[in-house]
Design a protein around this ligand. Sequence first.
Ligand code: FMN
Length: 429
Amino acid sequence: MADSKHIVLRHLDIGKPIIKLKDYEKRAGGYDGFKKAVKMEKSAVIDEVKASGLRGRGGAGFPAGVKWSFIPQNEPIKYVTVNADESETGTFKDRLIMEQNPHQLIEGALTCAYAIGAKAVYIYLRGEFWDVAHMLDERIEEARKAGYIGENILGSGFSCEVYTHLGAGAYICGEESALLNSLEGKLGQPRVRPPFPAQKGGGLYGEATVVNNVETLANVPWIMVNGADEYKKIGTEQSAGTKLYCVSGNIQKPGVYELPFDTTFRELLETVCGGPPEGRSFKALLPSGGSGPIVPLTDEVLDTRMSYEDCAAIDTIIGSASLIVMDDSVNIAWVASKVIKFFAHESCGKCTPCREGTYWLDKVLDRIMAGQATAKDIERIDDVAKNMAGITLCALGDFAANPIIHTIKHFKEDFLAMAEGKELAQAGD
Ligand SMILES: Cc1cc2nc3c(=O)[nH]c(=O)nc-3n(C[C@H](O)[C@H](O)[C@H](O)COP(=O)(O)O)c2cc1C
């Protein structure tokens, strides 16, 4: 079993949440990384984050330092936006960071702002996190009084403000360009790209903007203090550091676990989480919430490391690492129908394949669930899903296609069992 390391959930080593600034400074080396950063050249901070191999924890795994380096240094106005929308099904890690170690996020975001020369950080939280936003406002005020936020921070000549902003609870507002629209007070729908947020014209109010997930930025203080080389020693070659794995579903000990990327599914699900409920066996896993491809929980999958590259090799993704576990009591067609209902509800309606595709997938799945379907209906939803994938304005269309394509690929018999047996015997007619 890989060593358990706490980079993000450092409060676990201390034994209690690190809420107040004085505790963060005294007990966790709080703001040491930021103090070091503001004495460095901006480009050197970006190079350090690049060298660490830190990848975005919001799902796509894009290298954070590379994203920061895309920001044009000579533009006068730039922004940092923290994605705290946490809308993926089965994801509940960012809230934990903000509630139990809030200054680490603020420090990471300020370090990013310094590196790219941004004068403002916006923390965009889903609407349901109003209590977290209120608490973060208090922590921001504390940091301002201590001189980490405001004018001429720590005498460095760098000035920056930090604001929280609440969304209204839409899944699509976790998608970075819809998030930026929502932050600007517009309808939360994705933008056509390019230009990308990091480019002039593509970010907040048309200015170059870094959008990073909460967990991504919460890694930055540790990297600044300990250095890129130490960070790279943790995890795998292409997935450096630790990951917060959210485990839910049919499992004895659900929760959030911070583990290095070279940990296997078996180590987490059997050793750490105690396996499936008494008398049950594992059947399937959604490693990245409802949006990633489902996998049967075979020995091969269980012995796979939970890294970006290892998961790609078994035809799935680790994404935001929201592991939803299903045991042998679960019919996977039922899972697909629940996930599709979610995506049909959350599709923003801007592009036709996603709007119409999710609607029809949901309708036909209702028929399958009611036992009024034929094998042709199973082929039909597979066909609709395959025609949606890759052609929608944002990745929500792919997310909605995944639960159909991969559940049918691995668990077709569950769909057949759900529909009416007699009609299904005529499959293919
Ligand atoms: C439909 C949809 C929903 C998303 N929801 C979230 C979310 O809740 N939180 C998040 O950090 N990223 C989410 N993302 C990914 C963001 O678009 C973006 O890739 C991420 O914020 C970039 O930060 P990172 O590089 O630090 O991961 C979502 C993407 C899509 C397509």
